[in-house]
Design a protein around this ligand. Sequence first.
Ligand SMILES: Cc1cc2nc3c(=O)[nH]c(=O)nc-3n(C[C@H](O)[C@H](O)[C@H](O)COP(=O)(O)OP(=O)(O)OC[C@H]3O[C@@H](n4cnc5c(N)ncnc54)[C@H](O)[C@@H]3O)c2cc1C
Length: 504
Amino acid sequence: MRHLRRILPLFSNKYSIVSARSCQVRRYCDTSDKKKGDEFSLLKSNVNNKIEPNVLVPNPVERTLKSMGLMEKEEFDNIDPDIPRFCDVVIIGGGVVGSSVAYWLKESVPDGLEVVVVEKDLTYSKASTTLSVGGIRQQFSIPENIQMSLFGAEFLRNANRYLNCDDLLPPEIQFHPHGYLYLASEAGAEKLMENVTVQNDFGAKVALLTAGQLKSKFPWISTEGVACGAYGLENEGWFDPWSLLSALRRKNHYLGTEYVEGEVVGVEDLHLGVNYSGQEIMESRAPRDLRIRTKDGKVYPLRFAVAVICAGHASGEVAKMMGIGGGNGLFVVPVPVEPRKRYVYCVHSQDGPGLDCPLVVDPSGVYFRREGMAGHYLVGSSPEEHEEPPTDNLDVDDNFFQEKIWPKLAERVPSFNSLKVKSAWAGHYDYNTYDQNAILGPHPIHRNVFFATGFSGHGLQQAPAAGRAVAELIIHSRYQTLDLTRFRFERILYNDRLIETNIV
Ligand SMILES: Cc1cc2nc3c(=O)[nH]c(=O)nc-3n(C[C@H](O)[C@H](O)[C@H](O)COP(=O)(O)OP(=O)(O)OC[C@H]3O[C@@H](n4cnc5c(N)ncnc54)[C@H](O)[C@@H]3O)c2cc1C
């Protein structure tokens, strides 16, 4: 890619003569022109299983120039010197996951690799990253999730080293390692114990406590209906999501990654799934050209070699633009990631638990953690499947707290009976409807399109490991550190669910 950018000006004179004679200058804007419409209808007819004997053969000069990436210069009239036209890797979505992928790519290959992050809203006002609760735990049931979060903790503890930028002040991620406490009823006790064994086998430090031990360690807890609890002794707690994102972005700028504020709205020249004589043979042209709409409404092209979809809860939609979840054959299978609204309430309690308060997960699913040291707590709970609220807004439902959360909270911590709600917000989980776990790695056909999405409520803590993993796949074509093969997209094709039982 880089060398094309360098040689492009050398060709420009000669090339404009060719293009003036043989190529129609295409206006690159939202409303597609007629020529493009015709091309698409031709492709569509192929996709619909019809062989077109009289397929329009492209001008060979035009085709060659196009395949070399030299023709696009003439095709678009929306050119802005501040928006790159070419890159090696484009990352769609600049939240914590996309920023982590960018970080690991440039950390591994500082020179000669152009990485561009396209982010539609650099204020991150609706991104999951900034609306999350910032928890990190190793109390999962799947080994890979445990390992990813162990690395997440290592990354946070050494953020000064990883995210250091020479003369600038070291980043302050505000990691509070106060642990997680998972409580289990009689019915859930066996599963909790099983999980603790796996967690400790894979390097976590989690202690199993009886109800009596819980009561003496955390006297403010009511153990009514609790059979046992699992308490993380190290590497668990919470941190400031905004600080982590800011530090990653700062380091990425330092390493030469470019952030472009714009929304990916489409992909050019997609050619998907052609069937020949009843036998399914997939033919596809790998996506190469993004269309990016900036805030002023203009649309710009960006040609890439590799794309990584890190668009959080919008990842399913972005994948559709690449034909994933909309074509024939394997392209029918979508990226099963969608938004699920989750509320967070900030409450104040005069006599609530003090400094020893971990992030507590009640058997009912209600969780809380301390926020600062002045009697504030963050509280939440995921609704039942049939209660899922609409996702077209970020309005908060106060009744959800009153009816579903407060009674459980007060049962578990009697002093919460007299709490006051101070504020609340809602954010969207990047929810993987298939098995609520990350999807990592390339698409099986579009091998230049990678995913790092679908974390379903644990993506913040897994971002360091997920970013490193995807960068390894892009650079080395295989995992170098943690083997996260089981998170590949193919598991959906093979119907091989990876069920994580500890989802909050
Ligand atoms: C209430 C709540 C609590 C949570 N608590 C925790 C927790 O305690 N611990 C934990 O680990 N995780 C938690 N999570 C989950 C975690 O926040 C997410 O898994 C994680 O932030 C996902 O990061 P991301 O970068 O993939 O997504 P995001 O942060 O959503 O970033 C995706 C970015 O993509 C951009 N984008 C989308 N579409 C396009 C497009 N077409 N073109 C360009 N850009 C686009 C968006 O603007 C966005 O900035 C929580 C989430 C919520 C909502």
